[in-house]
Design a binder for this molecule. Structure first.
Ligand SMILES: C[S@@+](CC[C@H](N)C(=O)[O-])C[C@H]1O[C@@H](n2cnc3c(N)ncnc32)[C@H](O)[C@@H]1O
Length: 223
């Protein structure tokens, strides 16, 4: 069991606007996941492969991809309520039937709801960098967390990680080098429909605006 007291995020939830609250009230009951321990994602997706986006922010990449690939299932996990509200609004607006959202600490969901599922791909785009050494333990990419997720990743499934923090990039390499079942591949070696996909996220835009170097890491599960 992963220690879910680790806070990999800093809660920045301010008071929600009336509109944000309205979107939550209207659309959470439809697209939000209130799992109980008896069921998990298979209950909603009938054993079909899922793309998981951990810390989706405002959900830009989920919305973009799920609109394009209506036959693929997308699950997002986020603790930032304004981001969830925005994403729910868009799921409704685009009438997307293939997206579900979890609210809360992703680590809790790994212990129960993602167990025994078939993850096709796991996106972690711009995880909070926690740049101070004493905070490294709060980084979401940790050996035990990756181990837990990888049990549910299908063969040839992969992690797709983006960061603009050099220190986090090095940390990610160290973590993944501990797994013989993962092979780092370049984007052109992805043999599936997402090969040529562009990624859209707010933090990617911010990083580009600041002209930061962006590190792309794709780790494929080879056995
Ligand atoms: C730097 S932001 C990146 C957001 C988005 N992926 C993007 O690229 O624009 C990191 C996000 O991860 C979320 N996050 C961090 N740890 C989390 C956790 N344990 N469970 C769920 N969300 C988490 C934060 O709330 C935040 O919105």
């Amino acid at each position: 069991m992963i220690n879910n007291n680790i806070k990999t995020f800093r809660l920045r939830n301010r008071k929600l606007t009336k509109q944000q609250l309205n979107f939550i009230n209207l659309y959470w009951p439809i697209f939000g996941l209130n799992c109980n321990k008896k069921n998990n994602l298979n209950y909603y997706f009938y054993n079909n492969p899922i793309i998981l986006d951990i810390g989706f922010g405002f959900g830009d990449s989920i919305i973009y991809l799920s609109k394009k690939y209506s036959y693929v299932n997308f699950v997002g996990i986020e603790v930032y309520i304004p981001g969830i509200s925005f994403c729910l609004k868009n799921i409704h607006f685009y009438n997307l039937k293939n997206v579900k959202i979890f609210y809360g600490n992703a680590i809790n969901y790994l212990n129960y709801y993602i167990k025994n599922t078939m993850l096709y791909r796991v996106n972690i785009f711009f995880p909070d960098p926690w740049p101070k050494r004493r905070h490294y333990k709060r980084r979401i990419i940790q050996k035990n967390i990756i181990k837990k997720i990888s049990k549910n990743l299908i063969l040839n499934g992969f992690f797709h990680i983006l960061t603009d923090s050099y220190s986090y990039f090095k940390h990610i390499k160290i973590v993944f080098n501990q797994f013989i079942e993962f092979k780092k591949i370049s984007k052109k070696n992805i043999i599936n429909f997402l090969k040529t996909e562009k990624i859209y996220t707010r933090f990617l835009n911010k990083a580009k605006f600041k002209k930061n170097k962006i590190y792309t890491m794709i780790y494929k599960k080879i056995f």
